[in-house]
Each structure stands twice: as C-alpha cells, then as structure tokens.
Design a protein around this ligand. Structure first.
Ligand code: C2E
Ligand code: MG
Ligand code: MG
Ligand code: MG
Length: 274
C-alpha cells in the first residue's frame, strides 16, 4: 500500500505509532523479568450461587510494574502469547492456584471451593502440557476435582482432535473445563457435544446490556437454555447490578461473577469475612 502510494513505508509510521512500538518493546523486555522479580500476582474474584454463597474463585493475573504500576492483562497477555512467555507465566499461575487448593483442602469452609484458571491456547497446545500439569498436581497435592481450566472457543476450534485428546486426559484426572467468553468467538456449536465440558461462561458483553438490548437478552436466554439442556453449569460474567442478577435468576442462571459480588483481590482480602 505504501509502495502503491509512491512513498516509502515510513510515511505511515508517524510519531505516535513509533512511540507505541517502542513502548511495546520496552514492556516486552520488562515482562521477561517480571516472573523472576516477583512482579506477578494472582488476584481472585468470587463466584457465587443463587443464595450469594461463594462456590469458587477465578484466578486473574496481575503485573505490578515498578514504574508503570499495575499493567492490565488485556495489555500484557497478548504480548506474552506472541513471545511465548505465556508458557512459564501460565505454569506459575497454575502452580499458585494448585498451592492454594492444597492449602484449602483440609480447611472446612474452603475445601469445597473451586479455582478457575485461564489457560492460553499457546500453553494448552504444548505437547508437555498434560505431563507438566500432572506434575504440578502431584507436587502440590492439590485436589484435581477443584481445578477448573477456562479455555476459549478459538482453542476448541483449532486442532480439534488434539485438543480433545488433551482434554480427555486431564478430565480423567478429575480436572474440569469451562468455556470462557462464550458467544464471542468464531465457533461451531458441535464442539459442545464432542468435548468433555462442565461449564459455560456467558461473556460480560452480553450481560452488561441485558436489561436494555433485546438481542443481548435473547442471546443470554438462549445460552442458558442451551447450557442447561446439555447439563453444563452456566456462569454469568460481569454482573454489576441487582437488576441483572434478578433477570438472570428469573431465566435459570444460578451462578454469577461480577463487581456486584466483589472485584478481583488478593486472596487474604477475599476471605477476611469468613
Ligand atoms: P476473563 O477470563 O474473561 O476474566 C474476566 C474479566 O472481567 C477480568 O478482567 C475481571 O476483572 C473482569 N470483571 C469481573 N467482573 C466484572 C464486572 O462486573 N464488570 C466488568 N466490567 N468487568 C468485570 P481482567 O482481570 O482484566 O482480565 C482480562 C482477561 O485477561 C481475562 O478475561 C483473561 O482472558 C485474561 N487473563 C487474566 N488472567 C489470566 C491468566 O492467568 N492467564 C491467561 N492466559 N489469561 C488471563
Ligand atoms: Mg476467565
Ligand atoms: Mg470471560
Ligand atoms: Mg476475557
């Protein structure tokens, strides 16, 4: 395009773009050290049932950059996926979650809680993924039945046979699977019957306009019916208002996650009220 315009490519490369590319390169360099320098943390957000009782938590990664402060996963996860750092970072997340599960496993109110972990398709597709995760479970003594792996529709569409095999092996250990951000990816619904799934998470983009947008309401309603008839647990993400909660409850969704119940926070803050 630049050539066709008769110019050199730099004419499209304005100061802003240059700055943001340099920014990105700097951020990437810093991300290489983030693990070793202890700058990563896991925050946890509660998931509640229809009575408001906490039934599990989702682990959400946070990066505290010494100069920039908190960097959002929306910024650094994609970077980490591009350069492969998501693999060691992802194992760190899984290890931390397993350690937490093991700690809870003999403490009465906590022993029943699940921890959901977002797993990048880059990590999931590694040939060693099953072996490594089994190693983590053995090493930490975490109860596998309390671990939920959140995967995306795009992973399920990629190399479906291999992904299915990986899931079956992990399922045999007791690990559960959730589809994250359901309805936002390109997908065929046939994977819902082929794969060992346990949970479907309705994306927050549908929940947020639920009360005002008829199309969103229809999508959420249909998703709930689909999940229920397939025997899957359905979790609504991004629940912020009491009215959204009431609507969801009235339409057969009994599990929720969102600011209405609590923001992601360090685990010791999450359960100070227990
Ligand atoms: P996600 O897995 O869909 O996580 C839910 C996101 O929604 C989180 O954003 C959470 O803070 C936010 N959220 C929760 N309740 C509400 C609400 O009521 N309103 C609104 N507006 N937002 C709410 P966060 O923590 O910024 O994470 C963004 C995404 O980054 C996650 O989306 C997930 O895809 C990815 N991510 C986070 N941690 C990890 C990780 O450990 N590994 C991988 N691979 N990805 C991660
Ligand atoms: Mg998630
Ligand atoms: Mg989500
Ligand atoms: Mg998401």
């Amino acid at each position: 395009q630049a050539k066709a315009a008769g110019g050199n490519t730099l004419r499209f490369f304005n100061q802003d773009m240059q700055t943001s590319l340099i920014e990105r390169a700097n951020l990437e360099a810093d991300l290489h050290h983030a693990l070793a320098r202890n700058e990563l943390a896991l925050h946890y957000q509660r998931q509640v049932d229809h009575q408001g009782v906490t039934v599990g938590v989702e682990a959400l990664l946070r990066w505290y950059h010494p100069q920039r402060g908190w960097v959002s996963p929306a910024t650094f996860i994609s970077l980490a996926e591009e350069n492969g750092l998501i693999v060691p970072i992802g194992y760190w997340v899984l290890q931390s979650a397993c350690e937490q599960l093991a700690k809870w496993s003999n403490q009465a109110p906590y022993a029943a809680l699940t921890i959901s972990v977002n797993v990048s398709s880059v990590q999931f597709q590694q040939p060693e993924f099953v072996r490594n995760l089994e190693g983590l479970l053995a090493q930490t003594q975490a109860p596998p039945g309390r671990l939920v792996l959140e995967v995306t529709e795009s992973l399920l569409m990629r190399e479906p046979k291999r992904v299915r095999n990986t899931m079956l092996k992990l399922r045999a250990q007791g690990i559960r699977f959730a589809i994250d951000d359901f309805g936002t990816g390109y997908s065929s619904l046939s994977y819902l019957k082929r794969l060992p799934l346990d949970e479907l998470k309705i994306d927050q983009s549908f929940v947020s306009e639920l009360l005002t947008d008829r199309a969103d309401a229809a999508i959420v309603d249909t998703t709930i019916l689909l999940a229920v008839s397939l025997g899957l647990t359905v979790v609504a993400e991004g629940v912020e208002k009491k009215e959204q909660l009431d609507w969801l409850k009235g339409h057969g969704c009994y599990r929720y996650q969102g600011y209405l119940f609590g923001r992601p926070m360090p685990i010791e803050n999450l359960f100070e009220s227990y």
